[in-house]
Design a protein around this ligand. Structure first.
Ligand code: ADP
Length: 273
């Protein structure tokens, strides 16, 4: 039986270790089974809902959730199934797309910093500043001399956020190449999913190995005590959801958010008419 912090310990990328994704099985469900997954997820979502309520009431810390993964890894599904536990008041989702001309006219962290969560809030990044060392590296959008400095810059940026009261937790959703093929095929075959599919996705798929190398560099260089990465085996959606919910709940639990005391002393036995 999995212990309380078992998934958090098991899936953590220990800082300063070299990650080899070919050694991580994207179908692993770490002793959990599909039959009990529904109940486990429900319990995780219940915890998240309660914790968020307290975090929002206390309003002195924020939580930043970063979601990354290769195309079709399940970022949208994770947001729908896990973050649905949150009261929309106090929660924001930002999806980072190809930068606009205005964004490109600034440094790469400019658009990111504007979307970091305020005190009491949970901010979810669907893609993030990590694109600036992923797609940017794979496509040579800036010279290596520029992107190679960004790992340290990102660590410093995240440390600054952490120092000012933001708890950061980063999830890398890891699917296999075959699983991506099946998901793309399903998107192509189902007219309701066509909006999610473009021929350009296949060009990106052709660069699978480059993306894996870029993700390995991210995971190896930017998992820190103040902003840890977790590699979530994501071939099975049910495991992905329960692992993310569980780790996120454990992380917020550590902050022990609590309801604030009344603004002024309250009289005893008050009956309001
Ligand atoms: P989704 O996130 O659902 O795949 P899109 O299909 O609109 O949404 O994809 C967003 C695209 O924006 C991705 O191809 C991603 O690589 C790209 N992107 C995000 N950030 C950057 C960046 N900083 N530089 C270049 N491209 C980026």
């Amino acid at each position: 039986m999995a212990g309380r912090h078992a998934l958090r310990d098991t899936l953590l990328v220990t800082p300063k270790t070299k990650v080899r994704l070919d050694r991580i099985d994207p179908s692993d469900s770490h002793g959990h089974d599909r039959e009990s997954a529904g109940l486990e997820l429900a319990a995780g979502l219940e915890r998240l809902s309660d914790l968020q309520d307290r975090l929002w009431a206390q309003a002195n810390r924020s939580v930043l959730v970063v979601l990354q993964g290769i195309d079709a890894a399940g970022k949208d599904g994770t947001i729908r199934h896990v973050m649905g536990a949150f009261n929309p008041q106090g929660c924001s989702v930002t999806s980072f797309k190809v930068p606009t001309p205005i964004e490109l006219a600034h440094d790469y962290l400019w658009r990111v910093h504007q979307r970091t969560p305020a005190k009491g809030e949970i901010g979810i990044f669907n893609r993030s500043h990590y694109e600036d060392v992923l797609v940017v590296r794979v496509h040579d959008l800036v010279p290596k001399s520029v992107w190679s400095k960004r790992y340290d810059q990102i660590n410093e940026f995240e440390q600054r956020l952490a120092d000012s009261g933001t708890t950061i937790v980063k999830f890398f959703l890891w699917i296999s190449r075959e699983e991506q093929r099946e998901r793309f095929q399903a998107r192509y075959d189902d007219p309701r999913k066509h909006w999610k599919f473009s021929m350009g996705d296949l060009d990106e798929r052709a660069r699978w190995d480059d993306y894996v190398a870029a993700f390995e560099a991210v995971l190896s260089r930017t998992s820190t005590p103040w902003a840890p990465w977790y590699v979530i085996p994501a071939n099975r959606n049910w495991f992905r959801n329960l692992a993310v919910a569980d780790i996120l709940a454990d992380t917020i639990d550590d902050l022990n958010p609590s309801y604030p005391a009344p603004r002024e002393p309250l009289p005893e036995g008050l009956v309001i008419e």
